[in-house]
Ligand binder design. Structure first.
Ligand code: BGC
Length: 680
């Protein structure tokens, strides 16, 4: 049992044979491990890897952050492509770009010799004050799911494991290590679980990271209900779970083993040898639980090709022009044009003589002088970064003069927003204000008096208030944190080389108190507990149901062209349980430049025995159209798209009755509607 094998012997062990069935390889290696070796494999070393077991040739399994580019070291020596923040990527509403990002970042993970990327982060945007809003995708479970699935598929196409995080209800940073998210079963089912579940069912995610917080009183890392019962039992997850870094701090060894936590990171605390031995000897957990946890880890080691010949696994690459082009494309497509009075944008490079460029974020770069800049674990270090000002200057070269005097300029661009300092868009703390910093507000107010064409470009990663200044400016562009090519992407939108096509994936409220989590201290930030009293009424579901006008609604974004919607057709008006419903709509580019429209389909349950949202996103499609071109967009709906989670019978049900099919260009701009009747 305890043999030490020579290198040649290891080569001949069955688990090393890539032609053997995966599960046979897994069982072979599992069967050779002693119980102490299984304990050893249960926790990490050196921050980012598992421990090797030399006698069997078990190599370290290496994992790195993060969601916007791989970061193999914190010393900034190894550079990698810095992709736009997840909220920007989501704002493209383009699953293909999520896939392309996943594939590209995985190639970089492979190139640095690692096996797993600690991404994507897909916690729902419950409040715009979450410090990690920029790292997550959206407030909507359907959009979240489509984009998460595409990202995981992209990453794993390279035989690199995705690590879907943070499972689950880690929706704020305040007290994240101790707070209990008190959430109803219906809200879990309808809002918080769907994207996580879909990454298992539709993308076969190979790893999940547990959350820091408790969910209904139990920490994520020892939550039998979430891990063993739902993730592994109901959803059939075949991968392994890893704790968030030090998320096991207040847990119990046997509790984690029994719940199905395979790997404790970054080092052994609850899973250290003496605690494991003691708990095991006392019978606090059984060998079957331990075996299952280790089996899962080994399975993923084999899936990523840890023991396969290098030639047999996809080749890595890093900092390539292709990856940089993907970063730029995401930045361009993720930009959301929020306001454009008198079509002041795009600027015409042939007509405009002078622009003034102001604002603290004109020189924005992710990597500042402060070692800890970057917003936390999602930071990485790119080989170069193009700031907004650099991007504009390059575009204007020899054609338009760039100054900083608004009164002399034809147009003034103010780069406002936040950054990744603590208390802004950063991990570890929630935002300390919903407003822009006061000096920026003053700058905007002053400048708009001096220059009648003042354009605000926001570099930030979460909704902010605009009431005190938005009426005085002509345009507002939400450019997010756009990655290493951000400056070029912004210039390309400002001068109309790119027609903006991003739309908001999160509601921008007028004031924070309009937001569903900001009713009282109990609902945010809570204390020992934070109560999700709004239930399923998160984001636009809340604004719709309570009839509150947002500053900018979910799904909103302007274009330099216009689109018209006609001919909504639904192939049947009475629906039975097994039917598929085909919906089609003609969308025309009715303006004069080419552009992309995100066509959104929402469903409304007209009569229901429980309170349901006024509308819920069920399908969307991004279509490219030349001027005057019309395309027919087709959607297929199923019974599941009409259902809700019924807490009385503990399952998803559809009630007979009328449903509206709403098609439009944002959640508050429904262009066409039809009706169907569900007759079971
Ligand atoms: C974060 C994770 C991250 C991990 C490793 C934690 O603090 O919550 O998202 O992957 O650290 O850096």
């Amino acid at each position: 049992m305890n043999n030490t094998y020579s290198e040649e012997e290891i080569e001949r062990l069955p688990f090393m044979d890539k032609n053997l069935d995966l599960e046979k390889r897994v069982e072979d290696l599992l069967g050779r491990l002693t119980i102490e070796e299984k304990f050893k494999l249960s926790s990490g070393r050196f921050m980012w890897q598992t421990k090797p077991i030399k006698r069997l040739g078990v190599k370290p399994f290496i994992m790195y952050d993060g969601p916007h580019g791989v970061r193999p070291d914190t010393m900034r020596e190894i550079k990698s492509t810095y992709f736009p923040s997840a909220i920007c990527r989501a704002a493209t509403w383009n699953p293909k770009l999520s896939y392309d990002f996943g594939k590209a970042v995985a190639e970089e993970v492979r190139e640095v010799g690692a096996h797993m990327l600690l991404a994507p982060g897909i916690n729902i945007h419950r409040t715009p004050m979450n410090g990690r809003t920029f790292e997550y995708q959206t407030e909507d479970p359907y959009l979240n799911k489509v984009l998460a699935v595409a990202t995981v598929k992209g990453i794993q196409s390279q035989r690199i494991a995705a690590c879907v995080k943070h499972f689950i209800c880690n929706n704020q940073e305040t007290n994240r290590l101790t707070v209990s998210s008190e959430v109803s079963e219906r809200a879990l089912q309808e809002m918080y679980l769907p994207a996580f579940k879909a990454t298992v069912l539709e993308a076969d995610a190979w790893s999940f990271m547990t959350c820091y917080n408790k969910v209904n009183g139990i920490y994520g890392s020892e939550n039998i209900n979430l891990l063993r019962e739902r993730l592994m039992g109901e959803w059939g997850f075949r991968g392994f779970t890893v704790s968030d870094w030090n998320a096991t701090a207040f847990t119990n060894t046997a509790g984690c083993v029994k719940a199905g936590l395979s790997l404790e990171m970054p080092t052994a605390k609850k899973y250290n040898k003496s605690k494991m031995i003691k708990a095991f000897r006392e019978g606090q957990f059984g060998v079957d639980n331990l075996n299952d946890n280790i089996r899962r880890l080994i399975r993923v080691m084999l899936l990523v090709g840890l023991y396969d010949d290098e030639k047999a696994i996809p080749k890595g690459s890093r900092n390539t022009p292709e990856h940089q082009a993907i970063a730029r494309k995401i930045a361009e497509e993720g930009i959301v044009l929020l306001k454009n009075e008198n079509a002041s944008l795009p600027l015409n490079i042939n007509k405009i003589k002078k622009i003034a460029v102001l604002g603290p974020n004109k020189n924005y770069k992710l990597v500042g002088d402060d070692f800890l800049s970057g917003g936390g674990s999602s930071v990485n270090f790119p080989p170069y970064e193009i700031s907004p000002l650099e991007g504009l200057k390059e575009k204007c070269l020899n054609r338009v003069e760039v100054t900083n005097v608004p009164s002399e300029a034809d147009a003034t661009i103010i780069f406002a927003g936040l950054n990744h300092d603590s208390g802004k868009d950063a991990e570890g703390e929630d935002k300390n204000s919903f407003e822009l910093p006061s000096e920026q507000i003053e700058l905007i107010q002053k400048t708009s008096k001096e220059c009648s064409n003042t354009i605000i470009v926001l570099i930030n990663g979460s909704p902010i208030a605009m009431n005190s200044w938005i009426d005085s400016v002509s345009s507002v562009v939400e450019a997010w944190y756009g990655g290493m090519e951000a400056g070029k992407a912004i210039a390309s939108v400002i001068f109309g080389d790119t027609n903006p096509s991003g739309k908001l994936t999160i509601t921008f409220p007028k004031r924070l108190s309009d937001s569903p989590a900001h009713v009282s201290k109990r609902t945010f930030p809570g204390d020992d507990k934070v109560y999700y009293d709004e239930g399923i009424f998160v984001g636009y579901r809340h604004f719709d149901a309570r009839d509150i006008a947002p500053l900018f609604p979910f799904g909103f974004g302007l274009s330099y062209t216009t689109f018209s919607y006609e001919n909504l057709m639904i192939d049947k008006n009475k629906i039975r349980s097994d039917d598929e419903i085909k919906v089609s709509v003609d969308v025309t580019n009715s303006g004069s430049v080419e552009g992309k429209e995100i066509v959104q389909l929402y469903v409304q349950d007209v009569e229901s025995s429980v309170e349901r949202p006024i509308k819920e996103l069920k399908r969307f499609e991004k279509v490219f159209l030349h001027p005057n071109e019309t395309k027919t967009v087709l959607f297929e709906l199923k019974k599941e798209d009409l259902s809700f989670y019924n807490e009385t019978v503990n399952s998803w049900i559809v009630e007979n009755g009328t449903f509206k099919i709403l098609v439009g260009s944002s959640s508050r701009d429904i262009q066409l509607q039809g009706e169907i009747e569900y007759i079971g």
